[in-house]
Design a protein around this ligand. Structure first.
Ligand code: ZN
Length: 346
C-alpha cells in the first residue's frame, strides 16, 4: 500500500491514521457505536451514477471470478453510502463452501454470509451495501431480467433505501465488473454506474483477512486480471493534474455520462469505453458492429470541437461535422454526432 496516498485519502475524508487506529481499538473493545445511522436512512429518489471501490476489492473479486470461468459465482459487498447515495465498497466477500454455483444462477452459502456478515457489520461497523455475481462467459454484462426483479423485490421487502448490484464477466484470462445502483423509489429502473477506483488497498482488507482468517474463504486464483473498462481514475488525481479542463466541473461529469449513454444507443447499439491520455484528457473508444470511433476531447473543449475519427472495418473514413456550442454541451454533442451519421447517407 502506498502510505502517502492512503494518508491523503484519509485526510480527504476528514480522518487520520491516528483516528483510524483509535477507531479500530474502539471496535475491538466493542465500544464503537455507529454515529451515522440516520444519514443512511435518507430517501434516495433516483439511483446514483457513481460507485466507489478500493483497488484491493476489485482485485479480490477478479480472483473470485477467475476461479469459476464457466459457471456463476458471487458474494456480498460491505462499506457505506455517501451523502448523495453513492456506494463505497470497502470489503468484498466471495462464495462460501456450500454456495450453489450453476451455469445460470448463483446462491450464496447462507451460513457463511450470516457468520461473516455479522462480524463485518457488528464488529467492524460496515454496512451490507450490495452483492456481486458473475455471468462468466455468457456475454450478459448487466443484470438479467430475473436479477433486476429479485433485487427490486428484495429492497422493497426489506425497505432498503438503496442497494448495489455488481455483475462480472470473464474470458479465459481476464474479468470485468460493472456496478448497477438500485433504489427503493426507482424499483426496477436501476442505473448503470461508473466506478471510481481508489488506487490503494482498502484499510479493512488486511485487517479483516488477518483477524478472520479461520472463517474466511479466499479465492484460489492468485493474480487478479481485469479490464479497466468503464473505470475512472481516482477523481482527486484528475483534479490535481487537470486544472481548467472541462471534465473538472462536476456538472460536466454528468454531461459526459449522458454523452456516453447517447453514443451507446445512437444510431444503433455500441460499446463505449473511457480512457485518459497522459494529460488526463478524455478519450472515448466506441465499438460498433462494423465500425469503431475514436473521440477526443481536447484541452480547449467545449470552445473547440471534439476530435472524432471514424473507422469502417478498421480503415479511417473522412468525416464532416460541425461544432456549435453556445449553450448546452450535451445538445451540441448530439447535433455534431448526428451530423456525422447523416453525412453522405452513412
Ligand atoms: Zn445474474
Amino acid at each position: 500500500m502506498n502510505m502517502r496516498l492512503f494518508k491523503k485519502d484519509l485526510k480527504s475524508r476528514g480522518l487520520s491514521v491516528r483516528s483510524l487506529l483509535a477507531f479500530f481499538d474502539e471496535v475491538k473493545r466493542g465500544e464503537y457505536v455507529r454515529k451515522d445511522n440516520c444519514a443512511t436512512q435518507q430517501v434516495q429518489v433516483s439511483p446514483s451514477l457513481n460507485a466507489f471501490i478500493y483497488k484491493s476489492e476489485l482485485d479480490f473479486i477478479s480472483r473470485c471470478i477467475l476461479d469459476y470461468k464457466n459457471i456463476e459465482t458471487g458474494g456480498q459487498l460491505f462499506g457505506y453510502w455517501t451523502a448523495d447515495g453513492s456506494p463505497v465498497v470497502l470489503y468484498a466477500i466471495g462464495p462460501g463452501a456450500n454456495a450453489n454455483h450453476q451455469v445460470a444462477f448463483f446462491n450464496q452459502d447462507v451460513d457463511y454470509l450470516l457468520n461473516v456478515g455479522n462480524v463485518l457489520v457488528h464488529h467492524y461497523g460496515l454496512q451490507h451495501i450490495g452483492e456481486w455475481h458473475s455471468h462468466h462467459k455468457l456475454g450478459l454484462a448487466q443484470p438479467s431480467g430475473h436479477d433486476a426483479s429479485t433485487m427490486a423485490d428484495t429492497i422493497k421487502e426489506k425497505r432498503l433505501p438503496q442497494f448495489l448490484l455488481c455483475i462480472g464477466n470473464c474470458s479465459d484470462v481476464e474479468s470485468t465488473l460493472n456496478p448497477f445502483n438500485f433504489t427503493l423509489n426507482a424499483g426496477y429502473n436501476y442505473v448503470k454506474a461508473q466506478w471510481t477506483v481508489k488506487d490503494i488497498d482498502s484499510p479493512y482488507r488486511n485487517l479483516i483477512d488477518t483477524e478472520l482468517k479461520d472463517m474466511l474463504i479466499q479465492p484460489k486464483t492468485v493474480k487478479p486480471s481485469y479490464k479497466a473498462v468503464g473505470i475512472n481514475k481516482s477523481l482527486s488525481e484528475i483534479e490535481l493534474s487537470n486544472k481548467g479542463y472541462w471534465f473538472e466541473d462536476k456538472q460536466n461529469r454528468l454531461v459526459l455520462k449522458s454523452i456516453i449513454d447517447f453514443i451507446e444507443s445512437y444510431p444503433n447499439q455500441a460499446h463505449c469505453s473511457i480512457k485518459m491520455d497522459s494529460q488526463n484528457h478524455i478519450q472515448l473508444l466506441v465499438k460498433r458492429q462494423d465500425k469503431d470511433e475514436y473521440i477526443y476531447f481536447p484541452s480547449k473543449f467545449p470552445q473547440v470541437a471534439p476530435e472524432i475519427q471514424l473507422n469502417v472495418h478498421g480503415n479511417p473514413v473522412p468525416t464532416n461535422y460541425e461544432w456549435d456550442c453556445k449553450g448546452d454541451i450535451f445538445d451540441a454533442f448530439v447535433n455534431c454526432y448526428k451530423s456525422i451519421y447523416n453525412y453522405d447517407g452513412r
